[in-house]
Design a protein around this ligand. Structure first.
Ligand SMILES: [Zn+2]
Length: 332
């Protein structure tokens, strides 16, 4: 042991190898949701449903294309995609159920990010702050402002995963609101968490324990797990590990047809249209690609399905599509 290791009373090598948890925030099994199969999901999905969905662009942003798209993939190389800023959006999606009320998928950004940036959860780590480039954010609808204007009680937050850009509006979520995410991710140990845990703990401070979806093996073998969130077949959580270990997609049945929320299993329009997984922001490329292909195949089997990606609009007619380029190569 060197002096530093003696001081901490632990082998630094062992500490680094073990990493640390993403957050010390409490987790618990979700009491909401019923395990179903992929076959049951597909049997229900094309029937009109009772939900309404609204995708809200909380801020425009730009990040490295190499994080969003695997530029080493043969398709990306063939398309000539290179490193550089890619314009993206940070969303929250409002889901309204006639009796269960208002839920949101992910959280956009908090009001403080625009009005008092030094107090925002994302700014509580010098390392994260340096990589964040908040000067590239153009705020359009911080979550707290949107919630106040609507005046509806928020019944729950459904996370697609726990990367910081999906927790960045959590401070604006009323305390005590139930929070849901895929299993295992919150307390997973990783080296990178040494830099992230301050920010994530800050975002969760004072909030309810995180309820983890209790996925079970899908008997139809289509997905890693499928849960009927309200038990009435209106809203589904689909386990899609890869981008992160707990990554979860959601599918909402509306009057106008099914709407699929991919989370960051696919960030970009180009990635979805070409079947290329994210780049450096993804944890497990093989699993992410497998999950992406399963979601693309699901959408292809149900042509009426609208698809809402992690950070760009897919169809020009979708909300805020005017900010999305037709292809990353055309971006500045
Ligand atoms: Zn993201």
């Amino acid at each position: 042991m060197n002096d530093l290791e003696r001081f901490f009373g632990v082998s630094l090598a062992a500490l680094l190898a073990a990493g640390c948890a993403l957050t010390s925030h409490a987790v618990q099994p979700s009491s909401l949701g019923t395990v179903r199969s992929g076959a049951e999901l597909e049997a229900a999905v094309d029937q009109p449903g009772p939900l309404t969905v609204e995708t809200v662009v909380s801020t425009d942003w730009a990040v490295d294309r190499g994080g969003l798209i695997n530029l080493d993939s043969p398709k990306a190389k063939a398309a000539g995609l290179t490193e550089g800023d890619e314009p993206i959006e940070v969303y929250f999606h409002a889901i309204r159920h006639p009796t269960q009320g208002l839920f949101i998928i992910d959280t956009g950004v908090e009001v403080a990010m625009r009005d008092r940036p030094d107090e925002a959860a994302l700014m509580q780590s010098a390392v994260v702050k340096r990589y964040l480039h908040p000067e590239k954010m153009k705020f359009t609808a911080p979550l707290g402002e949107w919630l106040r204007a609507k005046g509806e009680k928020l019944q729950g937050v459904l996370f697609t995963h726990l990367h910081t850009d999906h927790l960045s509006g959590l401070r604006d979520v009323p305390r005590g609101t139930p929070l849901y995410n895929g299993p295992g991710e919150a307390h997973e140990r990783a080296l990178v968490n040494f830099f992230l845990s301050d920010v994530v703990d800050s975002a969760f401070e004072g909030q309810a324990p995180l309820s983890e979806w209790q996925f079970a093996a899908d008997p139809s073998g289509q997905f890693a797990g499928v849960i009927d969130v309200f038990g009435d077949g209106s809203l589904w959580a689909i386990s899609v590990p890869g981008h992160t270990s707990g990554s979860t997609a959601y599918l909402a049945r509306t009057e106008a047809g099914p709407v699929l929320f991919t989370g960051d299993t696919c960030h970009t329009r180009w990635g979805w249209e070409n079947g290329v997984e994210p780049g450096g922001f993804t944890a497990d490329h093989a699993k992410n690609l497998e999950a992406l292909e399963k979601l693309r195949a699901l959408a292809a089997r149900h042509p009426s399905m609208q698809v809402r990606l992690g950070h760009q609009a897919l169809a020009p007619a979708a909300p805020a599509a005017q900010a999305a380029p037709s292809a990353p190569a055309a971006a500045p």
